[in-house]
Design a protein around this ligand. Structure first.
Ligand SMILES: Nc1ncnc2c1ncn2[C@@H]1O[C@H](COP(=O)(O)OP(=O)(O)O)[C@@H](O)[C@H]1O
Ligand SMILES: [Mg+2]
Length: 258
C-alpha cells in the first residue's frame, strides 16, 4: 500500500518552474529518499506535501485521501510530520517544553473551550502529554538535556530535538529535509540509528539528503530529480550505477565500487 502518492506535481514561482510534472509513490513502512542537485526542487516538493504552499498543478494523496489543498496544521493532524532544512524551535524554551508544545496540538483534542471549562479533561490531557514527552525523550536519548534551554545547544542536538518534536505528533509518515546536514560523523551514525529505530517502530520516512552514506545505507527506494523532474528511481544499487544520475548528481560524490 502507498502511504503517499504524488501525481503530476508542478510548482511555478513567477515564471520559474521549480517542480515539473513530478510523480512518485512512497510505500507504507519504507524509507524513501529524494536526492538531486541544489536547486532541483527537493525542498519545494516537501513543502507542497507538508502544506506550506499548494502546488500549481497536480495532486497529493496521503493514506488515500486528497491533501493537495490542506494547510500544515490539517496535514500534521492527519499523521504527517516533518522537520525543516532550517531548524524551527523555540530557543527560549527547554527541550522538554519544545516537545510539549509540539505534542500539544495532537493532544488537545478537547479543544479550547473544554480546555478552560472541563478541567478534568484538560488535566487528563496534560498527564498524557507529559507521559508522551518522557517516552519520546527516552526513545531519542535526550533525557539528559531535557531541562536545557534549546538556545544554548549545539547544532547536532538541535536536529535531534527537532526530530523528537516531530515524533510528539505520533506521525505515520515523517518528511525530513537534510537531516544529516551539518552533523559530524558520530552524530551521523547516531542519526542513522535513530532513523532506523523510528522506522522499526512502524513509521514511514521520506528524506531529502545529500550525504550519500546516509542515503545509501538506509533507503529502500531513491527518487532522483534534476531541474524539478524525475530522472531515475530505484533501489540504492540501481541508483549508484545509473549513468544519468552519475552525470547529473552523483559524480564523484559517491565512491562506486565498480
Ligand atoms: N518561495 C520561493 N519563491 C521563489 N522561488 C523559490 C522559492 N522556493 C524555492 N524557489 C526556487 O525554486 C528552485 C528549487 O528550490 P528548492 O526546492 O529549494 O531546491 P532544493 O531543495 O532541491 O535545493 C530554486 O531555483 C529556488 O530558488
Ligand atoms: Mg532544499
Amino acid at each position: 500500500m502507498n502511504i503517499l502518492e504524488v501525481k503530476n506535481l508542478t510548482k511555478r514561482f513567477s515564471g520559474l518552474v521549480a517542480v515539473n510534472d513530478l510523480s512518485f509513490e512512497v510505500e507504507e513502512h519504507s524509507i524513501h529518499a529524494l536526492i538531486g542537485p541544489n536547486g532541483s526542487g527537493k525542498t519545494t516538493t516537501i513543502n507542497m506535501i507538508g502544506g506550506v504552499f499548494p502546488p500549481s498543478e497536480g495532486q497529493i494523496l496521503f493514506n488515500g485521501s486528497d491533501i493537495t489543498k490542506k494547510n500544515t496544521h490539517e496535514i500534521a493532524r492527519l499523521g504527517l510530520g516533518r522537520t525543516f532544512q532550517n531548524i524551527k524551535l523555540f530557543n527560549s524554551l527547554t527541550v522538554e517544553e519544545n516537545l510539549m508544545v509540539g505534542g500539544h496540538m495532537s493532544y488537545a483534542k478537547s479543544g479550547i473551550v473544554n480546555f478552560f471549562f472541563d478541567f478534568r479533561n484538560a488535566r487528563r490531557e496534560e498527564t498524557a502529554l507529559r507521559e508522551e514527552t518522557h517516552r519520546v525523550l527516552e526513545f531519542m536519548h535526550l533525557e539528559e538535556i531535557a531541562k536545557r534551554q534549546v538556545g544554548g545547544l549545539p547544532y547536532g542536538m538541535l536536529k535531534m530535538v527537532e526530530l523528537a518534536r516531530t515524533m510528539m505528533t505520533n506521525p505515520r509518515l515523517i518528511l525530513l529535509d537534510e537531516p544529516a546536514a551539518g552533523l559530524n560523523p558520530s552524530e551521523r551514525r547516531e542519526l542513522i540509528d535513530i532513523l532506523a529505530r523510528i522506522y522499526e517502530g512502524g513509521v514511514t520516512l521520506f528524506l531529502i539528503e545529500h550525504n550519500m552514506d546516509v542515503v545509501m545505507n538506509i533507503s529502500h527506494v531513491i527518487t532522483v530529480i534534476n531541474f524539478g523532474s524525475k530522472i531515475a528511481e530505484g533501489a540504492p544499487v540501481e541508483i549508484q550505477n545509473n549513468p544519468e544520475v552519475i552525470r547529473a548528481y552523483l559524480g564523484d560524490r559517491y565512491n562506486l565500487k565498480a
